[in-house]
Design a binder for this molecule. Structure first.
Ligand SMILES: Cc1cc2nc3c(=O)[nH]c(=O)nc-3n(C[C@H](O)[C@H](O)[C@H](O)COP(=O)(O)OP(=O)(O)OC[C@H]3O[C@@H](n4cnc5c(N)ncnc54)[C@H](O)[C@@H]3O)c2cc1C
Length: 349
C-alpha cells in the first residue's frame, strides 16, 4: 500500500479531518487519514449541538442558512452511505436569565431572518413546571444534534486510517511535487489537528484563542423530554433515555484535558438554578476547543508549501460549520477553486 501514492494524507480524524476526508473522497481522491486515536478529544466529547440562535444576546449564527443547508445535506448523505443515524432534529428551548435577555429577545424575535428558526407555535407552558422553572420566559426553536461519536466511528470504518501520532519534524519530508510521511507518499498533506496544531512548526503563526471546556454526563432519575435546553448552560439528550450531556465551561488559561472539579461545580450550580429533576453524575470530561477567531475556521494552503494544507478553528460550532468549510477546502485543493478571502489561512502569514 505504501508504494502507491495517495492523493491526500490528512492528519487528525476529528470533525475537521473526518469531514474533509469525505469531501475529498467525493471529489475522487485517494485519501489516507492519520490519527493519534486519543481517548479524549474535543470532537469525541462534544455534544454535537447545532443551535441557530445562540449566546447571551441571542444572535442568529453567522451564515446560518448556508451552513445549515450544507450540514443537513452532508450528514444525510453520510447516513445513507454508512447506515448510521447521525443527525437528529431537536427542539431547543432557550430560557431567559435576566430582564436584559428578555428585552434583547423582544427586539429580535420579530425579525424575518429569525422566523424560520423559531417554532411558529410555541409550547405552553414552555416546559413542564415539575421539570424546570421557565417562569422567566424564553422561546423554543428548531435545532439539531449530531451524534459526533457515531459520526467519527462510522466514518473511520469507511476510510483508510492509521493510528499514528505524527511528528512533523521527524516524519514529514516535502519534495517538489509531493510529500512523504512515514513511508507513505502523497500529493498533499493537510493538518486537521485541532488545538494540537498550535505545536505544528509550519503553522505556528496562526493565532489561537483556545478554550478548555468541561462537560458532564448525567442520568436523570425520571424521564425528561429528549430536547435541548439552554440557560447559562445547555442540556443535550444522548442515545440513552434519561442520560444527558450538560455543559459547558470556557477556560481560556488552563489548556489541558484534565477534568476540573470547580468547572463541574459551576455546571451543576447552573443546572440546579432551574432544573428540578434529581440526577446522578455518570461522567466528567474536558478538552480544548480549537478557537482562532470566534468559531470561524481557517482553511487553505501554506503560503510557501503548496503541498501543505490546513483546516482548523472550528471553535464551538464544528458540527454546523465542518461540512461547509470542508467542501470549500476540497474544491480548492482538487480543482483550485478560489477560497473566500475571509477564511483563507494565508491571511495569518
Ligand atoms: C466540552 C465541549 C463541548 C462541545 N460541544 C459542541 C457542540 O455541542 N456542538 C458543536 O458543534 N461543537 C461543540 N464543541 C466543539 C467541537 O468539539 C469542535 O468544534 C471540534 O471538535 C473541532 O474538531 P477538530 O477536528 O478541529 O479538532 P479535534 O476534535 O481536536 O480533532 C483533532 C484530531 O487530530 C488528532 N491529532 C492532532 N495532532 C495529531 C498528530 N500530530 N498526529 C496524529 N493525530 C493528531 C487528535 O488526536 C484528534 O483526533 C464542543 C467542544 C467541547 C470541548
Amino acid at each position: 500500500m505504501a508504494d502507491r501514492p495517495w492523493d491526500v494524507i490528512i492528519v487528525g480524524q476529528g470533525l475537521a479531518g473526518t469531514t474533509l476526508a469525505w469531501r475529498l473522497l467525493d471529489a475522487g481522491q485517494r485519501v489516507l487519514v492519520l490519527d493519534a486515536c486519543e481517548p479524549v478529544t474535543s470532537s469525541k466529547i462534544a455534544a454535537g449541538l447545532i443551535t441557530p440562535i445562540t449566546g447571551q444576546r441571542m444572535v442568529l449564527t453567522w451564515r446560518c442558512e448556508e451552513f445549515l443547508a450544507a450540514a443537513r445535506a452532508f450528514y444525510a448523505s453520510i447516513e445513507k452511505r454508512t447506515g448510521a443515524k447521525l443527525l437528529h432534529d431537536r427542539v431547543a428551548v432557550r430560557l431567559f436569565r435576566s430582564d436584559e435577555e428578555r428585552q434583547n429577545w423582544a427586539g429580535r424575535c420579530g425579525r424575518p431572518d429569525y422566523r424560520p428558526y423559531v417554532l411558529s407555535s410555541q409550547p405552553t407552558p414552555l416546559l413542564d413546571p415539575e421539570t424546570a422553572d421557565a417562569s422567566g420566559g424564553g422561546f423554543a426553536m428548531h435545532a439539531a444534534q449530531l451524534d459526533v461519536g457515531a459520526y467519527l466511528e462510522a466514518s473511520r470504518t469507511a476510510f483508510a486510517c492509521d493510528a499514528v501520532t505524527l511528528d512533523w519534524v521527524r516524519d514529514v519530508t516535502f519534495s517538489a511535487n509531493g510529500v512523504s510521511v512515514q513511508g507513505h507518499r502523497a500529493r498533499l498533506l493537510v493538518s486537521c489537528e485541532g488545538h494540537a496544531a498550535t505545536r505544528n512548526p509550519y503553522f505556528w503563526k496562526v493565532p489561537f484563542i483556545a478554550a478548555k471546556g468541561d462537560i458532564l454526563t448525567v442520568r436523570f432519575r425520571r424521564p425528561v423530554e429528549p430536547q435541548c435546553l439552554h440557560r447559562g448552560i445547555w442540556l443535550a439528550p444522548t442515545a440513552e433515555s434519561q442520560v444527558f450531556k450538560v455543559g459547558s465551561t470556557y477556560d481560556w488559561k488552563t489548556l489541558d484535558q484534565v477534568p476540573n472539579a470547580s468547572a463541574a461545580t459551576e455546571i451543576e450550580g447552573k443546572l440546579q438554578e432551574f432544573f428540578h429533576v434529581p440526577y446522578t453524575v455518570l461522567d466528567h470530561r474536558a478538552a480544548v476547543r480549537p478557537i482562532i477567531t470566534q468559531s470561524r475556521a481557517f482553511i487553505g494552503r501554506h503560503p510557501e508549501l503548496q503541498q501543505l494544507g490546513y483546516f482548523n478553528g472550528l471553535g464551538s460550532k464544528g458540527s454546523l460549520h465542518a461540512p461547509w468549510y470542508a467542501q470549500c477546502l476540497a474544491q480548492h485543493l482538487v480543482h483550485q477553486a478560489p477560497l473566500p478571502e475571509d477564511v483563507d489561512v494565508r491571511k495569518h502569514f
